[in-house]
Ligand binder design. Structure first.
Ligand SMILES: *Cc1c(COP(=O)(O)O)cnc(C)c1O
Length: 492
């Protein structure tokens, strides 16, 4: 297996693709062909621990990593989770299940990949004989920042610097970041919004003067963004793991399979589900669930991707996205590996803000995907309904997927068992979840206690101590001075 680049070219080794993050022509790396797992291969996963399952799947997807090498990495990565099952499946009832991906240190599904990526990255550095330290730079609107800080904390040969918009993340998210421990972590507030922080980081990656100064500090730059191959592959593993669990418990059959509903922003999580399906998982349909930022819904219904819309701020902020970067990997497959076609679509998106894949591709796409959306009111109503009917509290992102599953079932009468992907703990967004349940509370820390009383599920340890922890990071800078801010942080 090799790794193709969606905009042309290829890369011979997974370790090289992981170190580079993005290809020089702006394209994304993806496996040239997907390995196949048979029914008995998938069933056999159910007898293994989660780290063993992940090592099996990553061994198939990464051409220059062996199972022996991967297993201790997976064991270390997932030892930080609060349940040995790592990604447990919870039954709402006989035919609707929830895949809980929020048991990691930051309570969002990004931990599933960001606990693994640093380990893959240092191993890739050794394989590619990279002598410099790897400096991860990232801008965050909330969840990615803390997950990257937790993942790279004290990982030898790496450092991580997170920029976040001052006043632009939730109080809980800010506390999670500024209390981060670790010798190699930096958290810097930016006077500006998320786009200012994001554009600032993008500029740094292509600023020759800054790159040279970082080299003097012994560092090369890299990104923990979800377009990195090393973030995608750990996500494929939990879909195969869930299928193994559901087959073993008899909740699904191999013949009838399941439908999977995924709360989608950058299209990384649902793309991993599609890869699992191509590898042989008995997934019949993928439901792409968006919030009020419903660009993808329109795309899957009409074949037209149009980002010329205002960005809405919603109660599911991790999905407030107009350009879903990872969709490009799916488009590459849809175009039968024709990178000129992908280039043309991406060029049109950049130039005009829109592209149209045409009738024929649309109908191919619709055989696999169904898409719809939930606005904030529908999301709140779904949190309320699920709590009333199933005594289970969902977070705001998960509820979007649950709502779209209802829409799909009503529209198609399909009675295939379903898996709803749960991407965050309700405790991560306690005020909005409480408000959906009819309780007003604007203090996030008080909301934790109230939510605990209502749900009967204990407050995760990672949050219960947060308000007592010292603020370790209080640096701030203007968007134009981000380079200076990093260099200063590295000099100490
Ligand atoms: C990042 C995130 C998503 C969206 O995942 P994508 O891979 O970007 O589609 C959904 N829910 C939560 C809680 C997230 O943090």
């Amino acid at each position: 297996m090799r790794y193709i680049c969606t905009r042309g070219g290829e890369c011979d080794a997974a370790s090289r693709a992981i170190l580079s993050g993005i290809a020089e022509n702006g394209g994304l790396f993806a496996p040239s062909s997907l390995p196949h797992m048979s029914k008995s291969d998938i069933e056999a996963l159910s007898a293994l621990s989660y780290p063993e399952r992940a090592a099996c799947v990553l061994d198939l997807l990464l051409n220059d990593f062996s199972h022996e090498e991967l297993l201790p990495m997976m064991q270390a990565a997932y030892s930080t989770f609060d349940t040995p099952a790592v990604a447990p499946v919870h039954a709402l009832n006989g035919d609707t299940h929830v895949l809980e991906l929020f048991h990691g240190p930051t309570l969002a599904f990004k931990d599933m990949a960001l606990q693994v990526l640093p380990r893959l990255m240092t191993a890739s550095g050794k394989k590619q004989q990279e002598e410099h330290n790897i400096a991860i730079l990232t801008a965050t609107s909330g969840d990615t920042g803390k997950a990257a800080l937790a993942g790279f904390k004290d990982v030898e040969g790496t450092s991580v610097t997170v920029f976040y918009p001052l006043g632009g993340v939730s109080a809980m998210q800010e506390m999670q970041m500024v209390t981060s421990e670790g010798q190699n972590v930096h958290v810097i507030g930016v006077h500006g919004n998320f786009d200012d922080a994001q554009n600032g980081v993008k500029r740094l990656f292509t600023d020759p003067d800054f790159i040279a100064k970082m080299k003097d500090q012994g560092c090369v730059l890299s990104s923990a963004n979800s377009i990195n191959l090393g973030r995608l592959v750990p996500q494929v593993a939990y879909y195969l793991s869930a299928c193994a669990d559901l087959l073993a418990s008899g909740a699904i059959t191999w013949e009838k399979g399941l439908v999977v509903s995924v709360p989608t922003g950058n299209f990384g999580d649902i793309l991993a589900a599609w890869y699992a399906m191509q590898m042989g998982a008995p997934i019949k349909k993928l439901l792409c669930a968006s919030n009020a930022n419903d660009v993808l819904t329109t795309f899957f219904k009409t074949g037209v991707y149009d980002r010329r819309l205002p960005l809405h701020k919603t109660i599911s902020p991790s999905m407030d996205i107009l350009i879903s970067s990872n969709l490009e990997r799916y488009l590459y497959c849809l175009a039968d590996g024709n990178s000129d076609q992908v280039n043309a679509w991406m060029h049109s998106l950049k130039q005009d803000g829109v592209y149209d894949i045409g009738e024929e591709k649309l109908s191919i796409m619709q055989q696999t995907y169904f898409a719809d959306y939930a606005d904030d009111n529908m999301t709140r109503a779904e949190i309320r309904r699920v709590f009333r009917d199933h005594d289970y509290v969902m977070d705001t992102h998960t509820a979007v997927a649950s709502h779209v599953l209802n829409v799909y079932r009503a529209a198609t009468q399909d009675d295939t068992p379903a898996l709803i992907v749960s991407t965050a703990s309700p405790y991560k967004f306690p005020c909005d979840v409480l408000s959906a349940l009819g309780v007003k509370e604007s203090d996030a820390f008080k909301a934790l206690t109230t939510l605990e009383e209502i749900s009967g599920v204990a407050i995760p340890a990672a949050l219960s101590q947060l308000h007592n922890m010292p603020r370790l990071h209080d640096h701030a800078c203007h968007p134009a001075d981000m380079d200076q801010a990093i260099l200063k942080a590295f000099e100490k």
